[in-house]
Design a protein around this ligand. Structure first.
Ligand SMILES: Nc1ncnc2c1ncn2[C@@H]1O[C@H](COP(=O)(O)OP(=O)(O)O)[C@@H](O)[C@H]1O
Ligand SMILES: [Mg+2]
Length: 373
């Protein structure tokens, strides 16, 4: 089969303001990427030899994509979508309309995963463990008797810890109803209340469709947090405490797990990907309950991929831990989409196949149950 470099549109949303807890535009753009991230991704795509067309996912995006339609082989989309609740489905829906192949999940899965309550309903149908929950449309609805404190309250359709500040962990009805009123008013959407799991937390990056490659799990560490911060990846922790200048060890990769636990988490993630119809790549947040049983918290169907290793971006960290360069990671994601569409890509860019298993051998080969499958 003849293979070639691709004509690739790179679609993204870029931040125009630095992260802040008070600036409205900064809060609205929290999910968007920094200009340095956008430049870094474009640079990596170019290094892979592809011809790149950069498109910001704003109101002009459809017209630009349409004008390029006949040139493009594929779209690499990391856009969170401009606004509103189904925003991550916007670019994929435009691309479906224009019949242009793209990397990542279809509009339905994009919209589904952006709504944490719908996601949890689908997970529950498939008997995939996820924390018990209740959705509040109004701040004065009655709390179900099945729900036990401590609880966490979060906006149902946000990401990047938007709205999930330290005080979202609530221990009594008074704190709960105060937070519900605040979040429903502020985010103009229902609030999701979940039982708070107190065990270890991981995030797991997946690449590919059949087979799916599970990258080394990243553990989110809470030991270093000052006493006034709850053990969770809150907005304060993710965007203010966890920066390249602070020398805090906030994550570890690969997570120290025994092999059986790793297999349990892997199975959970593969089942989740399948149940939600995720394509090509994603990162799944998993947390254990007090008995060490893993549950799915949520799915990042367009994970962050900051190229600078200093940023501790979790998907690239997992890939790096497996031994992939940033470009090799990008190639694998693109290749997953190309295989679905039957688009030939150059095998020259292919990373060594042992990289998929080397880290497994290094992490687990001393353990009795270990088997390379
Ligand atoms: N039910 C829960 N139990 C324990 N911790 C939780 C729960 N839900 C969320 N968290 C904490 O809050 C963080 C952010 O929540 P998450 O649902 O992943 O939102 P986001 O889309 O903003 O990443 C998680 O990484 C975890 O630390
Ligand atoms: Mg998360």
């Amino acid at each position: 089969m003849e293979t070639k470099k691709l004509n690739l549109a790179f679609v993204y949303n870029v931040r125009h303001k630095k992260p802040s807890l008070t600036d409205e535009q900064a809060i609205a753009e929290a999910e968007f990427d920094e200009p340095s991230t956008i430049n870094g991704i474009a640079h990596a795509l170019r290094k892979l030899g592809h011809e790149i067309y950069r498109i910001e996912a704003n109101e002009e995006a459809y017209a630009k994509l349409k004008s390029l339609k006949n040139k493009l082989d594929l779209v690499f989309n990391v856009a969170e979508g401009l606004r509103n609740q189904d925003r991550e489905a916007q670019i994929p829906a435009m691309l479906e309309n224009l019949d242009i192949p793209y990397v990542g999940s279809k509009p339905l899965a994009q919209a589904l995963c952006l709504n944490k309550a719908y996601t949890k309903k689908v997970l529950s149908y498939h008997q995939i463990p996820t924390p018990r929950f209740q959705l509040f449309y109004e701040p004065n609805e009655r709390l179900s008797r099945k729900m036990h404190f401590p609880l966490i309250v979060k906006p149902v359709s946000e990401g990047s810890s938007k709205g999930i500040t330290n005080d979202c962990l609530v221990n009594n009805q008074m704190e709960l109803y105060k937070k519900l009123a605040e979040l429903i008013e502020k985010f103009k959407q229902p609030a999701l209340v979940e039982e708070f799991l107190t065990g270890r937390e991981f995030t797991v990056a997946l690449i590919g469709n059949s087979p799916v490659e599970v990258l080394p799990p990243v553990e989110i560490l809470f030991d270093h947090l000052p006493n006034n911060l709850a053990p969770m990846d809150s907005y304060e922790v993710k965007w203010i405490l966890d920066n390249p200048e602070s020398n805090l060890k906030t994550i570890a990769c690969p997570a120290q797990l025994d092999y059986k636990k790793f297999l349990q988490i892997k199975k959970l993630c593969l089942k989740t990907k399948q149940a939600l119809g995720i394509l090509d790549w994603c990162r799944i947040d998993v947390r254990m309950d007090s008995d060490g049983r893993p549950h799915v918290l949520e799915i990042n169907q367009i994970p962050g991929i900051m190229p600078d290793p200093k940023e501790n971006s979790r998907f690239p960290l997992a890939a790096r831990t497996a031994g992939y360069t940033y470009e090799e990671m990008m190639h694998k994601i693109i290749k997953a989409a190309c295989e679905r569409y039957g688009i030939p890509v150059s095998p020259v860019l292919e990373p060594a196949p042992e990289k998929a298993t080397n880290w497994l051998i290094e992490s687990f080969s001393g353990q009795k149950a270990f088997k390379l499958v």
